[in-house]
Design a protein around this ligand. Structure first.
Ligand SMILES: NC(=O)c1ccc[n+]([C@@H]2O[C@H](COP(=O)([O-])OP(=O)(O)OC[C@H]3O[C@@H](n4cnc5c(N)ncnc54)[C@H](O)[C@@H]3O)[C@@H](O)[C@H]2O)c1
Length: 312
């Protein structure tokens, strides 16, 4: 397939694109490159430094499928400039979906987020529960989903709500929980855990990128799918980190009460199976740091990096 991947130079895209190329797909990688570009060159890869909001500049002729990853990708970054967040994450999604449908793109995979549920009392969070997004980021994801579902008769629409992703990517994110705690242990030998008992779902970066590929290969599975396989407390994660990097765990008070278990039975019913664990992610991140491949750079922390860019 000839695929357009938006946000292709981000944390997930940098792992996903080489896998798509290895599977024989042609890829057009579109990214504004806020955090740089770590994609290795490949004869079947075209990298475009561009803005997903500039819909007229996005060429969709000959594109069979889109994996739409670009967004202002977490709560605090989304709050920095809500107008920008809505333009990129909701409005541009609407324009892209509309143009895709008009240009005959057959397949649209959307990177939504498990955060669209908001705070839930239910012990098991399933796809049919009401969405109560809290932050600007969560709200743009919900709106993006609703827009895409309105095109379900024009193209195959697959919406994935991932848990927090963990593990190594050449374009690393050190602001996501497992990676952040692992880096704290490696650099300070101390892990600070806020609260500690809140349970949150996780997914390894190899598994979430495999989910997107699985969906492209299985157009018969349409609609919305949770993707999170290990529901763990933050304290549990911190303790697992200490198996791979010696560190003292310090628990402080948290003002974030969100505690929930994502249920991914619907995804498992398609036949998809995850291959990796949170513990694999911790081990791999520690290995990359110790071998000198991974550094605790500012541009691996989305909020810090965006604040710096905006100050400039
Ligand atoms: N990482 C997670 O834990 C997680 C969990 C759930 C959902 N998601 C979603 O998955 C997607 C990818 O996340 P990620 O972790 O790779 O984030 P990321 O921040 O590393 O990647 C997002 C990419 O989008 C690009 N981008 C931003 N605005 C753009 C624009 N206007 N035009 C073109 N490109 C633009 C950025 O430069 C960046 O490379 C996001 O939509 C995110 O909300 C991520």
């Amino acid at each position: 397939m000839r695929l357009l991947v938006t946000g292709a130079c981000g944390y997930k895209g940098t792992v996903l694109v080489p896998k798509l190329l290895a599977a024989g797909h042609e890829v057009v990688a579109l990214d504004i490159m806020w955090f740089g570009n770590f994609l290795p060159a490949h004869p079947a890869l075209t990298v475009i430094e561009g803005d997903v909001r500039d819909i007229d500049a996005i060429e969709l002729s000959g594109i069979d499928g889109i994996v739409h990853l670009s967004s202002v990708a977490n709560d605090p970054c989304g709050d920095l400039d809500p107008k920008l967040t809505w333009e990129i994450s909701a409005l541009a999604t609407m324009q892209l979906a509309d143009k895709a449908a008009r240009k005959g793109v057959r397949h649209f995979v959307y990177a939504s987020s498990g955060s669209v549920y908001g705070v839930k009392d239910e012990d098991q969070v399933t796809e049919d529960l009401e969405l109560k997004p809290i932050s600007e980021y969560n709200k743009t994801k919900m709106v993006g989903e609703r827009v895409l579902l309105s095109y379900k008769d024009d193209m195959t629409v697959q919406i994935i709500r991932p848990a927090t992703v963990c593990g190594y990517s050449p374009r690393m994110r050190l602001d996501v929980s497992v990676n952040m705690l692992t880096m704290q242990a490696l650099t300070n030998r101390k892990i600070t855990v806020f609260g500690g008992n809140q349970t949150r779902p996780n997914i390894h970066i190899d598994d979430i990128t495999d989910v997107y590929i699985f969906m492209l290969e299985h157009p018969e599975h349409t609609g919305v799918y949770n993707a999170g396989f290990e529901n763990m407390s933050i304290l549990d994660i911190a303790e697992r980190v200490t198996h791979h990097a010696e560190a003292e765990v310090v628990v402080t008070e948290s003002n974030d009460p969100r505690s929930y278990r994502v249920n991914s039975d619907k995804l498992l019913a398609t036949g998809f199976r995850p291959k990796k664990t949170v513990e694999d992610a911790i081990r791999e991140v520690a290995e990359k740091y110790r071998s000198g491949v991974l550094k605790d750079d500012d541009h691996f922390h989305n909020l810090k990096w965006m604040q710096k860019r905006m100050a400039r």
